[in-house]
Design a protein around this ligand. Structure first.
Ligand SMILES: *Cc1c(COP(=O)(O)O)cnc(C)c1O
Length: 396
């Protein structure tokens, strides 16, 4: 490395992470990311993906992706505004608008990019954003990029939101005001209080922005959290990802046509980054069609989630306050949580520990992400591993 200061910076910071147990050794998964995965030469029950409906390996999606490569090739060729908007992009966006119950939609290369794109295309330094304390990192970064004032309110605390919004309004210095929230919070699996948020937004004239990355395909019979509450007309921005329940990659913003037109004219990841590829688009369209045609996968997901939750509770574990299939198993102490996760790994269960600073100190947990693709037998083996390790460590 040419620059010594850089080398020192990198080496000392990496050493610090390792010393404090904060360095994540990344495992390589060999082959497909399904309900079972292979790491090294060992097979695991996979409870760590966001592949809620098992669509990442669905043969129907694979088939249309292969056909799209045949008809449209591999890359989209350019950024959308110059030469990269394919008929498939239009088809995907029409399907997304139908799925989300909005006038229009715009697709991006990822959910992360949606938040980079949409917030700063609308909000600026004269504006203020009220952001839930547990919002996703991409929301936080998107807010920062906009240069608006960011005011965090306590997680899902509507009194705090109302109080802080009124305080900000009383200063009389902000132009636009926006409330941003995840639809489903991925660490605890709880759902945002969207009806209350909409009430406050209407009362105080706030723009509403819901990132439902973990909700789409899961809540509202698969249509997402906004639909679950019947609020399609009241939420200005509906953000989603194509990489979780949809099983592919990409993201989208759905809303009024005037909003989508503006994002196509002004949002930078749309203007300056090459569009989604044909295979990804075709597979995503198919996934949404499957979701809209049948509730089967969605029901299997909830059934599996409830089965795992009941099993863990019966064993005496604390699974927090999840309202979705996301199943945290709260252990508490950070070191004990990591040890627990390592022991589950030995037992063939791949479920990651999530500890401070991702979640508050003392609330370390194993986060289980059951999917529709898990069999009862896999879930029973998971529960047996939890029972064995839990007793061994004196936790149950
Ligand atoms: C996962 C997630 C994203 C990122 O989506 P990608 O498509 O993986 O980039 C954005 N927002 C929220 C709330 C998420 O949970």
């Amino acid at each position: 490395m040419a620059n010594n200061l850089l080398r020192l910076f990198l080496e000392s910071n990496l050493a610090n992470l390792k010393k404090n147990g904060l360095y994540n050794e990344i495992d390589t998964v060999y082959g497909a990311n399904g309900p079972m995965i292979t790491i090294g030469n060992k097979s695991f029950i996979n409870l760590s993906s966001n592949n809620y409906l098992g669509l990442a390996t669905d043969p129907r999606l694979k088939k249309v992706a292969q056909e799209a490569i045949g008809s449209h090739g591999l890359g989209s060729g350019a950024v959308r505004t110059i030469n990269g908007t394919l008929d498939l992009h239009d088809k995907l966006e029409n399907k997304l608008a139908e799925f989300k119950g909005t006038e229009a939609a715009i697709a991006y290369q990822s959910g992360f990019n949606c938040n980079m794109a949409a917030i700063s295309a609308v909000m600026d330094k004269h504006d203020v954003i009220f952001s839930d304390a547990l919002n996703h990192a991409s929301i936080i970064d998107g807010c920062r990029l906009s240069k608006a004032t960011i005011i965090r309110y306590e997680h899902s605390d509507m009194d705090d939101l109302r109080k802080k919004a009124k305080q900000a309004i009383s200063l009389g210095k902000y132009k636009k005001m926006m409330i941003i929230t995840d639809g489903v919070f991925s660490m605890d699996g709880d759902i945002a209080k969207l009806p209350d948020i909409v009430d406050i937004a209407e009362e105080l004239n706030l723009i509403t922005y819901v990132d439902d990355a973990h909700g789409s395909g899961v809540t509202g019979n698969g249509y997402g959290t906004v639909k679950q509450f019947g609020l399609e007309e009241k939420i200005d921005f509906q953000i989603g990802t194509l990489s979780k329940a949809i099983g592919v990659v990409g993201g989208y913003v759905a809303g009024k046509k005037v909003l989508i037109d503006w994002l196509k004219a002004r949002s930078r990841p749309f203007l300056f980054s090459t569009a989604l590829s044909p295979a990804d688009i075709a597979a995503s369209i198919k996934a949404i069609e499957l979701l809209m045609d049948s509730k089967e996968l969605n029901q299997a997901l909830w059934e599996n989630g409830n089965y795992l939750k009941h099993g863990l509770v019966k064993l005496g574990f604390n699974i927090g306050k999840s309202e979705t299939p996301i199943t945290p198993c709260i252990i508490g102490d950070e070191k004990v949580t990591q040890l627990f996760s390592n022991r589950l790994y030995d037992e063939g269960v791949y479920a990651k520990s999530i500890v401070f600073p991702t979640v508050p100190k003392g609330t370390g947990r194993i986060r289980n992400m059951p999917t529709s693709a898990h069999t009862k037998e896999m879930l029973d083996r998971t529960l047996a591993a939890y029972e064995k390790v839990g007793r061994e460590m004196g936790l149950i």
